[in-house]
Design a protein around this ligand. Structure first.
Ligand code: S3P
Length: 173
């Protein structure tokens, strides 16, 4: 039986390095719908990068913008990738109820490999592995709370992840 869903996008959540942006763009192409990346919209609105928002305005200001923009983007159809920390907001977790939310799950070593030493991710600066371990532990319950389905991404390519999501997609039509 197809779950009852509200109108809106297929939402991708998961930790940094889970492949949300790559998979989101591929999935949207496959479905012939618009892809939106919440981080990209936040940066565009602010006129600066996420790293600059963290540096200039601080994490609290970033989270407030993230919460507001996520709520706005949830009314559009298509595919939406959220920032890794979007689920920290209780309001966002509530807003996600009724949406199809795919948790792209990633383990520590894969996320470290994929993120590498990317300095565009301010929260991970200094100790990428240690920070990711902390994030993964702290957030697993939150991703699980909002997800309607989980796809493990550790030993898969983005194309395979898209296939898995597409196969589950028939249940939603
Ligand atoms: C963050 C993840 C980033 C970005 C910001 C904060 C987080 O997005 O929103 O740097 O708290 O995990 P990605 O998940 O796309 O790296």
């Amino acid at each position: 039986m197809a779950p009852e869903l509200v109108e809106g996008p297929i939402v991708l959540v998961g930790a940094p390095g889970s492949g949300k942006s790559t998979v989101g763009a591929l999935l949207a192409e496959r479905l012939g719908v618009t892809f939106r990346d919440a981080d990209a919209v936040i940066a565009e609105r602010a006129g600066k990068s996420i790293a600059e928002i963290f540096t200039d305005d601080g994490e609290v200001a970033f989270r407030a913008q993230e919460e507001q923009i996520t709520a706005e983007l949830l009314v559009h159809p298509g595919v939406l990738s959220l920032g890794g920390g979007a689920v920290l907001s209780a309001a966002t977790r509530t807003a996600l109820r009724g949406h199809r939310v795919v948790w792209l799950r990633v383990g520590l070593s894969q996320s470290v490999k994929r993120v590498g030493l990317d300095t565009a991710r301010p929260l991970l600066l200094g100790n990428v592995r240690g920070q990711l371990l902390k994030l993964l532990n702290e957030r697993a319950a939150l991703y699980s709370e909002v997800a309607t389905e989980v796809v493990d991404t550790d030993d898969t390519t983005p194309a395979e992840v898209v296939e898995t999501i597409m196969n589950a997609h028939v249940a939603y039509r």
